[in-house]
Design a protein around this ligand. Structure first.
Ligand SMILES: [Zn+2]
Length: 139
């Protein structure tokens, strides 16, 4: 007779301690949807809201290579909260035909987070690796 010994998989829950940023409490929304916000990966400034995610030709996520061959994956938003547009919009090497791009930087730490696009439609593409979901940080 075969006895089946089942090993209990004791999954350890890793608790990540994150230093409290010197922002808050005035940025804490009372609407309770801050968990859906996107933060600058460097300074944790609230830069965009998930509810502002938008679609361009049916997609909300794009992956492109720049002329230097570096691949970027971006999420697009109809607007941002804590970013600023910088530079003169140009159509050169644009990823979205007819849409001129300019840089989009974090309003607080000025890190380059993505690009603002203007043209037939206007939206902002934020680089996936440069933004963090608030829920992952606050939990
Ligand atoms: Zn920042």
């Amino acid at each position: 007779m075969t006895s089946l010994i089942q090993t209990i998989n004791n999954t350890k829950t890793a608790t990540v301690e994150i230093a409290e940023p010197e922002i808050q409490p005035h940025t804490r929304s009372s609407r309770g949807d801050t968990a859906n916000d996107w933060l600058c990966a460097w300074c944790l400034n609230r830069v965009a809201s998930e509810k502002d995610r938008c679609f361009h030709e049916g997609e909300s996520e794009f992956s492109f290579k720049n002329p230097q061959g570096i691949r970027f994956t971006i999420f697009i938003f109809s607007r941002t909260i804590g970013c600023r547009q910088t530079g003169v919009p140009t159509l050169e090497h644009t990823w979205f035909p007819g849409h001129a791009w300019s840089y989009c930087v974090c309003d607080r730490c000025r890190m380059h987070l993505g690009w603002c696009y203007t043209g037939p439609t206007e939206f902002v593409g934020l680089i996936r690796d440069r933004i963090s979901r608030a829920a992952l940080i606050m939990s």
